[in-house]
Design a protein around this ligand. Sequence first.
Ligand SMILES: [Zn+2]
Length: 69
Amino acid sequence: MSVSHCMGRALKIARLPVGQWPDEVAKLPEDCAHADCSAPRSCRKRIGAYLAIQRGILRDRPAPARGRR
Ligand SMILES: [Zn+2]
């Protein structure tokens, strides 16, 4: 399994602070010319979905111990 061009972009965005993700995703093309972006054939949708998962993972990470007994 190889990482497509489009996912390469997703990984680049994933390295930025989460607050910048929406802006970066908005800059992505809605239509993708690469065959790797098969379903859905949209960088923005595909990467947006990928980042939404990543953000979910980040959010699930235990917050700094606060009021822990
Ligand atoms: Zn794409």
